[in-house]
Design a protein around this ligand. Structure first.
Ligand SMILES: Cc1cc2nc3c(=O)[nH]c(=O)nc-3n(C[C@H](O)[C@H](O)[C@H](O)COP(=O)(O)O)c2cc1C
Length: 452
């Protein structure tokens, strides 16, 4: 069965989505909008709702992008864990998935927050483990420049390993709460972590009972060598970025092989490329929405947006000329840069053609056409092992999510590709993932030491 998630920022995934008449009139810090989207996605039986995150106001050094607002820069946004805790109270089944950055946080604090969300939602928490792809984030945490990538990924590996250990603190039946005997907890059912590592020292135990899911579902989005290795060791959901099916297949094969090399079952990992969907009751309706949105992008914003995806200022190059060489490694966003470089070279695209290609899909592939045409492509990617499911971007909200739920989901269901009901249980049951067993730490048993 295919898995589906959707990333929802109310301004929509198309760069000009927020300007379209069918978008919300106002979106900034509007809780009602998030609640409505969560309910809508749950009506569509989506596996998960995703909120990206970072720790800075981005793009201030690029006035064109800053003033135009952009769908990934999020100049003003809720802390996603807080909003997911609220959404947990307005939904019953849908997975609640957000990013938290390891580089500037502490494992104890994040293990506790995701543990709390898992309890608050009856086992629906999912964490996108990222190391922070925006160098400006570092400047808010005592650094003068971004932490080098290898160090970020090394810290992330130790960070996640600690979190897993902390989530193993308590056995499921540790809290007896027996009023008759007066025993609240069983001290034999808790363990310390006693971690002393290169970057962190954490004693434990966590002050949160065993999570409904054991651990929250762990996800990862890195595409570089270090990112793929982190995902292979820990991630159960992996985002991918691919503008063609062949590219998605290559990533899928590579990532599943890495998972196997780390001694894990490849069926316990869901690879979900991003897609941006433009559809409607007819092909003409899909084309019209697409054209309307493309018209709403000023060309200087289009070039600035492409520059951001490429991590290179393209404003000095002729807009109707070819892209410059992008093969050099840069900090952050390498996945997008590589993909753009490859496709621009293969298809001989100009800067204008390239931004028109990637802006509608926020760097992902666009599936546009009738419902049948869109579902044909989804089915083809799924059956040809380019994807286990999709991270569906909605160009205009709420319109595109409504269309997807009312038209695309029923066709996926009719073809037997997608569930008609949520299964019983938690997010692991929805995604078809096993529950991790509690690992016993041989040096973690609680002993009472009377102070001398
Ligand atoms: C679908 C998707 C969602 C992402 N979400 C975030 C995010 O919320 N916050 C963040 O800092 N980075 C995010 N990233 C960036 C990745 O964490 C990663 O830095 C990027 O893909 C580049 O890979 P690399 O770090 O291995 O070079 C996301 C990437 C993708 C593809």
């Amino acid at each position: 069965m295919m898995n589906l998630m959707t990333g929802v920022f109310p301004i929509g995934a198309h760069l000009a989505g927020w300007r379209h008449p069918d978008s919300w009139p106002l979106t900034n810090m509007r809780l009602d909008v998030f609640i409505e989207m969560a309910k809508l996605a749950e009506r569509g039986k989506f596996d998960m709702l995703f909120l990206a995150d970072g720790n800075a106001v981005r793009a201030m050094d690029d006035p064109i992008m800053f003033v135009a607002n952009t769908n990934t820069d999020r100049p003003s946004t809720y802390d996603p864990l807080m909003i997911l805790a609220v959404l947990a109270q307005h939904t019953t089944h849908i997975g609640l998935f957000c990013t938290a950055v390891t580089t500037f946080d502490q494992p104890y604090l994040l293990a506790r927050r995701f543990g709390s969300l898992d309890h608050l939602s009856n086992g629906r928490a999912c964490w996108n483990v990222v190391t922070g792809n925006y160098e400006g984030d570092a400047l808010n945490f005592g650094h003068t420049e971004h932490v080098p990538k290898d160090e970020r990924y090394e810290r992330a590996d130790e960070f996640v390993t600690i979190c897993k250990g902390l989530w193993d603190s308590w056995a499921e039946d540790a809290f007896i709460e027996d009023k008759a005997s007066g025993r609240f907890l069983d001290p034999a059912k808790v363990q310390r972590l006693n971690h002393v590592g290169k970057h962190y020292t954490v004693q434990g135990p966590l002050n949160v009972a065993r999570l409904p899911q054991g651990y929250p579902v762990l996800a990862s989005a890195g595409q570089s060598e270090a990112g793929r290795e982190l995902a292979a060791r820990h991630a159960e959901v992996i985002f991918s970025v691919a503008l063609t099916k062949a590219e998605a297949q290559a990533f899928y094969q590579d990532q599943k092989a890495r998972v196997v090399r780390h001694g894990r079952n490849p069926d316990h990992v869901r690879i979900m490329p991003g897609i941006s969907v433009y559809t409607g009751t007819s092909e003409a309706e899909a084309d019209e929405l697409y054209a309307e949105l493309q018209e709403l992008i000023p060309s200087n914003v289009g070039v600035a947006s492409l520059s951001k995806f490429c991590r290179m200022d393209l404003s000095g190059f002729p807009i109707d000329g070819p892209l410059p060489d992008l093969s050099e490694e840069v900090v952050g966003m390498m996945s997008y840069r590589k993909s753009i470089d490859q496709i621009a070279t293969q298809q001989n695209l100009t800067i204008r053609q390239m931004y028109k290609l990637i802006v509608p899909s926020a760097g992902h592939v666009t599936f546009k056409g009738t419902v049948d045409q869109v579902v044909d492509q989804m089915e083809d990617w799924y059956r040809s092992k380019a994807a286990d499911g999709f991270n569906v971007s909605m160009p205009v909200l709420p319109r595109s999510l409504n269309t997807f739920v009312d038209l695309v989901i029923p066709e996926l269901q009719r073809r037997g590709l997608f569930r008609t009901e949520y299964p019983q249980g938690n997010l692991r049951n929805i995604l078809g993932l096993p529950t991790p067993e509690r690992q016993i730490n041989p040096n973690g048993a609680w002993q009472f030491h009377k102070p001398a």
